[in-house]
Structures are given as structure tokens and as C-alpha cells.
Design a protein around this ligand. Sequence first.
Ligand code: FPP
Length: 314
Amino acid sequence: MQKTLSPVPAKAIVASIANTPRRARPGSRKSDFEAIPLYSSGTLRIHELTDEERAVYATLKPERLPEHVAIIMDGNGRWAGQRSLKRFLGHQQGAKSVQLVTETASRIGLPWLTLYAFSLENNLRRPRAEVSFLMRLLKSYLETNLQRMMDNNVRIRYIGRTRELAPDVQDKMAWAADATSRNTGTTLTLALNYGGRSEMVDAFRGLAAEMKLKHLNPGHITEEDIHRHLYTAHMPDPDLLIRTSGEMRISNYLLWQIAYTEIFVTERYWPDFRGIHLLEAIADFQRRERRYGGLGEDGGEVEENPDHIKIAAG
Ligand code: FPP
């Protein structure tokens, strides 16, 4: 008799329920998402927003806030070039944006913020001096901002092939993750040495190993089986993906997870991106209708007359 693949482990389900306010997903009942508030009021610190931010926040519909925002932080080099500065100063300024945007996210109670900080391709294709600067910047960022993360109740985590990073970098990363592990506000996930395709390779390897061990039938693989082997198995898919600096590309970021994500591209370079721009992107997101391949909220109009469906020939 064929065994089916094992379901999501109970521990993972508990963690995901604890961390993830529910909302409508394809296949979920509408009443589920109406009954439970999206953001926990315990994590909201609206009074800490700037006046400008609060004005944008006031226009948002609390019941339609995203629970996961992912960002492709681009344009550090161009920001520096525009000012005749060296590229590394763009990265340095970009690190400041990381902290400020994370703090705004934590004030509005955003549960998940995932930033593309260093791709596998950056690691392979950028000059060694730039890679080494980015690694030093990451270490210094974690060290300098740890207290602010604690003050803002931010928990830091990582996705990517982080075991390929230098040991001193991994140590600092583990130190910050450990120190913030009990925080209950925004989870800031840094994608480091990350690639969407390599994540899928790692997921398929993990799934194949599990199947071999448990003598499972490949014909029974489900989307859920793949999901639970991704680096992001513990979090919901992003609702909103922001890309700065105007490029219309996905750049190998969260390829599986963004199947139904709304995309917002701004011309602004990452070092100029602030909390208010995050709120503006969320306002834009709220004007969209998410359909997940369905017909949307009004149900659409269904053509019932077969004569109207015929395609005119000749
Ligand atoms: C793109 O700029 C951005 C990166 C290569 C990585 C993002 C890094 C940071 C925001 C700085 C540090 C982050 C942390 C978490 C400490 P680019 O160099 O590709 O810009 P360009 O396309 O204008 O050249």
C-alpha cells in the first residue's frame, strides 16, 4: 500500500498559528478571515509614527493590511553615483533605511518583513572587495542595531545558504537571532546568500530525502509538501513585494512564494526609502483587488448564452 506524504509537523502548525493572524486565502472560508483581527493590538505603536506617517496610516483599512511584505532593496550604487560617492556609501546609507523601515513596520504591527540583503548572484558576481564590505556592514549593522531591535520588539531571522558565509559573519547572525528570539513583534527576515532557484533545489533535495527515508510515492507530492521544505515554511507567503529603483524584475527572489503577491515598483532608490514609503506602498496595495485566479469580490458576470460564446469565423 502506498503511503501519503506526512502532513506539516504539529510544531510548525502551532508556530504558524501563533505568529500568523489568519486572512482569506484561496480555498479558505470568508467567515474565517472576517472573524479574526489581522494585527494584534498588543503590537501596535501608532503613536510612535511620525506625523506624516500617521496621516498615511489613517487612510489605511485596518482589516486589509498585509501580513507579509517582502522588499527587493535596489539602487544603492546609483544613489551613490548620483552624488559622486563611492558605492559602499550607498550600501551604508541602505543599511540605515533597513533599520528605519523595520521600525515603521514594527510600529504598525506588520508581522513579517523580508528583505533581500545579499543574493547568491551578488556573492558570485560582485567584486570581492564589495562582497567583503557588505559582510562587514552586515556584522556592524547587527551589532549597532541590536538594542533598537529589542526596543522595537523585532525578531531577526535569515533565509538563504547562510552556512556558506564566513564563520565570523554566521556567528554574529546567530548572536542577533538568539538575542531577539523572544521578541513578539515584527519578524525581520534577511535573505542572505539567497537565490529563489537554489531555495527550490534545497527544498526538492530535502523532500526527496524524506521520501526515500519513508518510502513515499512521488505521485502523491502536494504543494504543501514542497512548501514545508522551503526556507520560508514557517511564514505566510508575501502579500506585497516592493522593489525600489524602478527595475521591473524579480531577480530570483522568493520565486515559489510570490505566486499571488501584489507587486509595487517605485523609482526611489533604496537609500532614500523610508517608513512613509512603506505605508504608501501599503495604501496602493489596498486599492488592488486580489483574485487568486478567481473572479474577485463581486463574483464577475458569467456568460450563460451559448450563442454569445461562438467565435466568428471568416
Ligand atoms: C542593491 O544595490 C542592493 C544590494 C546589493 C544589497 C542590499 C544591501 C543593503 C541594503 C545594505 C546592507 C544591508 C544590511 C541588512 C546591513 P546595488 O548595489 O545593486 O545598486 P545599483 O543597482 O544601483 O548598482
